[in-house]
Write a protein that binds this ligand. Structure first.
Ligand SMILES: Nc1ncnc2c1ncn2[C@@H]1O[C@H](COP(=O)(O)OP(=O)(O)OP(=O)(O)O)[C@@H](O)[C@H]1O
Ligand SMILES: [Mg+2]
Length: 295
């Protein structure tokens, strides 16, 4: 392909721009083999993005779909644990890196697979050798790392690639620059605080032209593990429908809190596989079916 840009002057001949362009070309080629790329997003932390990603991945794989899961939370990666894909060696091949394999064959890529131990924190060294420079450039470095995970993982043919995002408003818009067909789910919980923040992040995505499939209200009630009765978890009734209406989005799912789902995340055993009769699983499976219709 003919270069559209001149090489950056003074980059020591390393042709950084050329490397980025060829990486984006590799990324585009990989994405051609993937049916739907869906990012699980939220402006708020701790609302269940990763728990939802892992259970959705398992639900889709259980239906026979080929599923990949990219953990885009570089500083707090949890998908390898939730999908039982830890402690695996990564194999470097001429065309990229083989992903780890989690439950039901879900292909997983995560920073967790590159860190020395579970307790190792992610830190970067800048080419200048100065920690301050790495700190200043951290956002840029992390964005490039996610692009690299997308471009250089041998995803192969997939029906779905789910991307588990860290909390924040702009990640989906960044991904959309490389993957024009990407869509997102916005996750909230019934608390007023969460709704306040998630509304802002949804607006930010909408204003930047990002495409959200809909809203998911997680922790909408509490499932009694003994009798499966659902009782309120937060003081107020779930307000997901009202919030979805105000944002012009469909409410795709209201998933209650089931303590066994949290335990399953900790043990790498998604609830959709261990307790298929839980009301939470019913909602997650319905959501998986809706994703098929929305494709
Ligand atoms: N519906 C649910 N039922 C039971 N436990 C849940 C449910 N949703 C999430 N959890 C639990 O709540 C905790 C927070 O969820 P999770 O880590 O998925 O949030 P997150 O939005 O990914 O957080 P972060 O923003 O830090 O990435 C986890 O322990 C998870 O297992
Ligand atoms: Mg998470």
């Amino acid at each position: 392909m003919e270069r559209k840009y001149a090489d950056i002057e003074g980059d020591g001949g390393s042709d950084i721009l050329g490397q980025v362009i060829s990486q984006q070309e590799r990324l585009a080629e990989r994405m051609k083999e993937i049916g739907q790329v869906i990012a699980i997003s939220s402006g708020k932390g701790g609302v269940g993005k990763s728990a939802l990603t892992s259970n959705l991945a398992a639900a889709l794989a259980d239906e026979g779909f080929r599923v990949g899961a990219l953990d885009a939370d570089l500083n707090g990666p949890t998908l390898t644990k939730m999908l039982d894909a830890r402690n695996q060696n990564l194999y470097l091949k001429p065309d990229g890196v083989e992903p780890a394999i989690g439950v039901l064959g879900v292909k997983v890529m995560s920073m967790d697979l590159f860190l020395e131990s579970y307790d190792t924190a992610l830190s970067w060294k800048h080419a200048t050798g100065l920690a301050e420079d790495a700190f200043v450039w951290r956002g840029t470095i992390e964005t490039s790392t996610i692009r690299e995970f997308l471009a250089d993982t041998i995803w192969g043919e997939l029906d779905y690639l789910l991307v588990d995002l860290p909390p924040g408003a702009n990640h989906l818009s960044t991904l959309a620059r490389w993957i024009p067909g990407i869509t997102g789910l916005a996750v909230t919980i019934p608390s007023g605080i969460s709704q306040l923040v998630v509304k802002k992040s949804v607006r930010a995505v909408q204003e930047s032209g990002g495409k959200l499939l809909g809203l998911v209200e997680n922790m909408a009630g509490y499932v009694c593990p003994e009798c499966s009765q659902i009782s309120p978890l937060f003081n107020s009734k779930p307000k997901g429908q009202r919030m979805a209406n105000s944002l012009g989005l469909p409410l795709l799912s209201s998933i209650p809190f089931d303590p066994r789902l949290a335990l399953g995340c900790d043990e790498g055993k998604p609830l959709v596989l261990t307790h298929p009769n839980s009301p939470s699983v019913g909602e997650i499976k319905l959501l998986a079916n809706k994703l098929r219709e929305l494709s």
